[in-house]
Design a protein around this ligand. Structure first.
Ligand code: BGC
Length: 244
């Protein structure tokens, strides 16, 4: 009932042991900043450092910001390109000398929010978006997950995440109103295609939801993620419990 969840992100890798019955972190998370994109080998060392810090001997789950097929990583939009087609499951398992279950980072966030957070007990159609370095997404219907890559929906001639991510807002110094306008247009396109009943917005910026939610017009119920940006750790641990 305890698993180590590790969340690989654009600017840091974070991990903590999680009580998978409650979704609570059992210790302060270990965070390693990654100012430069790490190679797969360097990332494996960081994963090993986190597991060693907690002297971890139980299941381990790793959330990665790219398409996951089985144990393989297929895309790496914001991290080192050497991850593309790398057997991430094997790489990380070898580093920690135990089985590691790999999952997309937004899918992990979705699992945590649906089990313990903003989507708990919700049976309808859910769209979870994580707004960070990139835009992650996952869909749920009757609690069943479908990991998706909606951050790469072509928008204004490029991946939507290049237009609406939280990183773009900071880099381009966009005001809340201007950035929300972009997000609103993007969400409307998603809504036309998917008609979610609930939209959960995660990522660090979701802590400031009061600044931008009022500008978003959607038919769905719009809520911030309850775990803010810790859902990746919790979801990776949940995934590990069943798959490591
Ligand atoms: C990646 C997704 C990931 C998202 C959030 C995107 O660039 O393609 O797989 O979930 O960023 O990290």
């Amino acid at each position: 009932m305890e698993a180590l969840g590790i969340d690989i992100g654009g600017s840091a890798i974070k991990g903590a042991p999680v009580d998978t019955r409650t979704g609570r972190l059992l210790a302060k998370r270990h965070r390693i900043p990654t100012p430069e994109p790490l190679t797969p080998g360097q990332m494996a060392k960081a994963v090993k450092e986190i597991a060693a810090d907690f002297s971890w001997k139980g299941p381990i789950g790793v959330g990665f910001p790219g398409v996951i097929q089985g144990t393989h990583i297929r895309t790496s939009a914001n991290l080192h390109k050497a991850f593309i087609d790398c057997d991430g499951g094997k790489l990380f398992s070898k580093a920690v000398a135990r089985p590691v279950a790999l999952i997309n980072d937004a899918a992990a966030a979705g699992l945590a929010e649906m089990k313990f957070g903003a989507g708990r007990d919700f049976e309808g159609k859910v769209l979870l978006l994580t707004l960070g370095t990139g835009v992650g997404s996952a869909l749920f219907s009757r609690g069943v997950i479908f990991p998706a890559e909606l951050g790469h929906l072509p928008f204004k001639g490029r991946s939507a995440e290049k237009y609406v991510s939280a990183a773009v807002r900071e880099k381009k110094n966009l005001g809340w109103k201007e950035w929300s306008g972009r997000l609103d247009r993007y969400i409307r396109v998603l809504e036309t295609l998917l008609w979610p009943e609930l939209i959960i917005v995660g990522g660090g910026v979701s802590a400031k939801h009061r600044k931008f939610f009022p500008y978003l017009k959607t038919n769905a119920k719009l809520v911030p993620a309850e775990f803010f940006n810790e859902s990746g750790i919790v979801g990776a641990a949940l995934w590990a419990e069943e798959n490591a």
